[in-house]
Design a protein around this ligand. Structure first.
Ligand code: CTP
Length: 398
């Protein structure tokens, strides 16, 4: 087991020596890459002595290895960056590769674990939180910092977790302990549906697909094979997910049913248009000449995809629905749990800037076991919680 340890410029850099020791005690071969700022806190010589290997500090100037970032990226089973500063988090989120560590991270296809450590206000800053959400969506394992008395005198989250906990998180990622959905398939419906009125007009809604993308990332991180059946969105789904793009609710239903057979869990996060124009006119209806047709577009009910999938469910399949509501979340969730035949309903607030298109969501999760209220949190975190609850509902594999 070869672990590449990236150390960045933070007062907690000295704790990386203990993280390194913990990994070695667990049998890992560790090599270290440092940023220039990290070397202001701990000398490369310290890590060279602890690892018995040269420490990577620069992209250029190595006479033996002219492209060190590619060799380092290819030769590790996991990349751990501990501590990771706000600056390096931002670079990772943007794909900036301006030194050996960030270039290696960009080239790395092995699992990446990041342990942020910084001042509480830097950690809580919307920029940092946004960067963390981006990284999580990409399947990078971002550890929560510990809370407490920080080097700068502030108190709050921002402390590097205990070396033992960091090492345990990396080992869990490597041995599959944190991949409870390994060998499972998750199907996610996501985004809006688009119901044509004529060649240029349609009925749709504001769904952005962000929740579906967060669920895809959380399912992938948990080890699942993921298919997203999505209406048209500009949100990017994780690269490892298979994405089937559809337009109308009827197309979404056909695609979802086609994917459902071998699925272990189905999450219906799509905002399906409940009604569609009874007929989609071929050409473009014209103002004036077609006023009567435009003023009286007759709407008919779309199929209920969630209910259909629940009716056709395979034994042991877990089915999750959403309920986008402007009020009475708990009532609506319980009602939809029964009427849709789902195992779980995640009810979230929409309207007033919440829900569609937002990066955060306040939700509650209803199952037959009761209702669990969540605080306002990034969609990436809500997605992780939902995936955790799905894991708990899935029957053991034989
Ligand atoms: N859903 C679906 N197919 C539909 C309508 C909804 O699969 N035709 C799914 C959504 O993906 C979501 C859940 O059903 O998981 C609830 O969607 P929502 O729009 O909140 O509820 P509706 O069934 O439309 O009920 P209402 O209009 O009364 O809120």
């Amino acid at each position: 087991m070869r672990i590449l340890l990236g150390v960045t410029g933070c007062i907690a850099a000295y704790k990386s020596c203990e993280v390194l020791r913990e990994l070695q005690r667990a049998g890992a071969e560790v090599q270290v890459v440092m940023t220039a700022s990290a070397a202001e806190f701990v000398g490369p010589q310290t890590f060279a002595a602890l690892t018995g290997q040269p420490v990577g500090t620069a992209l250029f100037g190595d006479a033996v290895d002219p492209i060190p970032h590619i060799r380092l990226a290819e030769s590790c089973d996991a990349l751990l960056i501990a501590p990771c500063t706000a600056n390096v988090l931002a670079k990772l989120a943007c794909g900036i590769a301006d030194d050996l560590l960030t270039s290696t991270a960009l080239a790395c296809t092995a699992p990446v674990v990041v342990a942020p450590a910084m001042n509480v206000h830097m950690y809580e800053n919307a920029a940092t939180q946004g960067n963390i959400a981006v990284l999580k969506r990409r399947g990078i394992h971002v550890l929560d910092p510990d809370s407490g008395y920080l080097a700068c005198g502030d108190v709050g989250p921002g402390k590097l977790p205990a070396p033992h906990d960091i090492a345990a998180a990396v080992l869990a990622v490597l041995d599959g302990g944190a991949r409870p959905l390994a060998g499972r398939k998750v199907v996610i419906t996501s985004g809006p549906t688009v119901e044509p009125i004529d060649a240029v007009r349609f009925v749709s809604n504001h769904s952005s697909g962000k929740m579906g993308a967060a669920l895809a990332a959380a399912s992938l991180t948990a080890g699942a094979q993921v298919t997203v059946v999505s209406g048209p969105v500009s949100t990017a789904y994780p690269q490892e997910a298979r994405v089937v793009v559809v337009g109308t609710a009827e197309e979404m239903l056909r695609a979802a049913v086609g994917e459902a057979d071998d699925a272990d869990a189905i999450i219906c996060a799509a905002a399906v248009a409940d009604y569609r124009p009874a007929e989609a006119r071929e050409g473009k209806l014209k103002k004036g000449a077609d006023d009567a047709a435009l003023e009286a577009v007759r709407m008919v009910r779309n199929p209920d995809i969630l209910r259909t999938l629940a009716e056709q469910r395979r034994r042991g399949q877990v089915i999750v629905g959403f309920a986008a509501e402007t009020s009475d979340l708990a009532d609506a969730a319980q009602r939809k749990l029964a009427s849709k035949g789902a195992d779980m309903i995640v009810a979230n607030e929409v309207g007033g800037g919440r829900g569609f298109g937002a990066d955060e969501s306040r939700a509650l999760i209803a199952t037959s076991g009761g209702i669990e209220e969540m605080s306002l949190m990034p969609k990436a975190e809500l997605a992780e919680r939902i995936v955790d609850r799905i894991c708990a509902l899935l029957p053991e594999t034989s």
